[in-house]
Design a protein. Structure first.
Ligand SMILES: [Zn+2]
Length: 239
């Protein structure tokens, strides 16, 4: 399965060819966009169709993803949450404070609730506070890793921001500002390292030239493994 770039969004993409197909069909599936086309349709025709349908693709892809996202987690006791490549088990406790608190302890993701609120929290409230917890963890960890790797690579970045995007993992501006998607904290640490090295390498090469990839490789020889991991599993990193 490949991917297509629709207005800066990377979407998994599959192309099917068969003599049996009479015409080109474009469909939005749960985890990918699919084109079914007769054998004699050229690559260019398909490219043109994808281009002409950009708005449509994005619209329905987002609708699909939203529906899916909301069915991904129920925020119930014992449910598992990905975190730095491990699974944390959601566990509810009651405490004497009025505010809801989230923390992790070993393999547990603990949500402490006021006594009287133990059964009355909506999934949406829980989603919000758990995501807030993820973001705090992401900010702290990414900052540490960025500073570590920047030192190793002998580069300096200006600023770093946490982003909340569906399909973009990171970016680097010409002015040296880095953006990282908080969701990546759900991936194994090696994937986080790869992404950070990738963005820091953009401080030297603001493109994806062979020189750029060589630089990534210098600081992470096995980067291909983790790049592939992200391609294969990136869509799973949702709450
Ligand atoms: Zn890049």
């Amino acid at each position: 399965m490949g991917q297509i770039n629709v207005r800066d969004e990377i979407i998994p993409y599959e192309e099917r060819r068969s003599v049996r197909y009479r015409r080109i069909t474009l469909s939005i599936l749960n985890d990918r966009v699919r084109i079914s086309a007769p054998q004699n349709v050229s690559k260019r025709q398909i490219k043109e169709l994808l281009k002409a349908k950009e708005d449509w693709i994005l619209k329905y892809w987002h609708i699909k993803r939203q529906k899916q996202d909301h069915s991904v987690k129920n925020f119930t006791d014992g449910e598992q949450f990905p975190f730095r490549g491990e699974k944390l088990k959601l566990c509810f406790r009651s405490h004497d404070y009025r505010r809801i608190r989230v923390n992790s302890d070993g393999q547990m993701l603990i949500v402490s609730l006021p006594q009287d609120g133990l059964d009355s929290q909506s999934a949406e409230t829980l989603r919000k506070i758990i995501i807030a917890w993820y973001k705090v963890q992401a900010r702290n960890l990414f900052k540490l890793k960025l500073d570590d790797q920047a030192k190793r690579m002998q580069v300096t970045y200006r600023d770093f921001r946490l982003k909340d995007q569906r399909t973009r993992w990171g970016s680097c501006s010409g002015r040296g500002n880095l953006n990282l998607n908080w969701r990546i904290i759900m991936a194994p640490d090696k994937v986080i390292d790869y992404l950070i090295i990738h963005e820091l390498a953009h401080l030297t090469y603001l493109n994806h030239s062979p020189e750029f990839w060589q630089r990534v490789k210098t600081f992470m020889p096995e980067y291909m493994t983790w790049r592939k991991w992200l391609k294969d599993h990136g869509h799973e990193l949702v709450l």
